[in-house]
Design a protein around this ligand. Structure first.
Ligand SMILES: Cc1cc2nc3c(=O)[nH]c(=O)nc-3n(C[C@H](O)[C@H](O)[C@H](O)COP(=O)(O)OP(=O)(O)OC[C@H]3O[C@@H](n4cnc5c(N)ncnc54)[C@H](O)[C@@H]3O)c2cc1C
Length: 337
């Protein structure tokens, strides 16, 4: 099978799921990494190291900033002439737009958010979650090429081979862009939960430590938020020791404890870390649909009957304000930090 893998990046920083897609493509046959942007030498080198048989690069100032129109026009023209069987993308906001546009241009179907791809029986059968993960759908695409966006961390990342190199072919750019990027500004709190191997999450329980004495002059709501911030400081410290990210329940976000970008669940992010530690989170279904595909769930909750314990491999019934710092200290010792 001839597979193209689109390597998604922002200013040269590659979305790690691009390499996971490359590993998946390689397991199916020959794989060409498709790299668009400007100043692509480092990405091209990495693409070979992660297993690309060749790199197809559109390295052009007109593609410095991602815009769907020139990227889709360039990719659709490339795919039309090279006729791959399969085009894989990591699932990101950019590639959802791009895959949909080239699906229309190439008159084929797009399978999104795929986390299993079975190539036996001479047909690609993709598995993807629907209805907030309540149902897993098996889906095939009868058009050609098959286009699929794969979920981050669903497929193994290949080992990089630093000695590997290969041939880079220049791709002709179709730069009929109607939009232009005027600039970028950092969002209030950039957090990449999708790629995190470890997530430590806090819920409404992080505000529940009546023994913490707040500064004078705060009203009731401000005291609640101040207490929650002390709780999230403990959660952040544990996440940092484990090299992980900080997540949150919607109650914590709605309570003003932490920005929305940290929210896990039906109306937040769907995450698949190796380890998910839920602290002071009850385990409502809307939260569970966002984290139940984590490989290992640990729950810390005062209430032994909290539903989160049904999802957890390990549970600690207790006060997170005691358990989380104790865990942090234990991991520091264990990891020599
Ligand atoms: C349409 C819709 C979409 C939604 N989307 C989402 C979503 O994306 N994500 C999401 O999370 N929710 C979502 N919700 C909300 C969801 O239903 C729950 O209300 C929410 O998940 C509850 O958050 P929580 O577990 O932090 O709070 P609670 O349910 O109040 O649980 C707090 C937990 O903390 C424990 N606790 C208290 N103090 C301590 C302590 N000191 N130490 C240890 N444990 C303690 C308590 O025992 C309790 O179990 C959605 C709801 C709707 C209707």
């Amino acid at each position: 099978m001839k597979t193209f893998v689109y390597v998604d990046h922002f200013k040269g920083e590659v979305q790690p799921a691009s390499w996971e897609a490359l590993g998946l493509g390689k397991s199916l046959g020959s794989v060409s990494a498709v790299v668009f942007g400007s100043g692509l030498d480092a990405i091209t080198k990495a693409a070979f190291e992660y297993g690309a048989d060749e790199v197809l690069a559109a390295d052009d100032a007109a593609l410095t900033d991602f815009r769907a129109e020139p990227y889709a026009a360039t990719l659709a023209a490339l795919a039309s002439s090279a006729s791959p069987d399969l085009i894989l993308f990591p699932t990101t906001a950019r590639t959802r737009e791009l895959a949909a546009m080239i699906g229309v241009d190439l008159n084929t179907g797009v399978l999104t958010d795929v986390f299993e791809l079975d190539a036996s029986d001479n047909q690609l059968v993709a598995t993807r979650p629907i209805y907030e993960g309540k149902v897993l759908e098996k889906v095939v695409c009868s058009g050609k090429p098959v286009i699929a966006t794969i979920r981050a961390r669903a497929f193994p990342k290949p080992e990089a081979d630093s000695g590997k190199s290969g041939t880079t072919t220049k791709v002709e750019v179709k730069s009929d862009a109607l939009t232009e990027v005027a600039g970028y500004s950092a969002s209030e709190s950039a957090v990449n939960l999708g790629d995190a191997g470890v997530i430590v999450s806090g819920g409404r329980g992080v505000s529940n430590n009546p023994s913490l004495q707040p500064p004078a002059g705060l009203d009731e709501k401000q005291v609640e938020i101040w207490r929650a911030q002390q709780g999230f400081a403990l959660i952040t410290e544990l996440a940092n020791v484990l090299g992980g990210a900080v997540g949150a329940s919607r109650a914590a976000v709605d309570g003003g404890y932490i920005p929305y970008s940290h929210q896990v669940g039906q109306t937040g992010k769907v995450v698949t870390p190796d380890l998910y530690i839920a602290c002071g989170i009850s385990g409502a279904i809307q939260h569970l649909v966002g984290m139940r595909n984590a490989k290992l769930v640990v729950a810390i909750n005062k209430d032994a009957d909290a539903p989160i314990f049904k999802q957890a491999r390990y549970g600690v019934v207790g006060d997170l304000f005691q358990i989380v710092p104790a865990l942090t200290e234990a991991f520091k010792k264990k990891l020599g930090k």
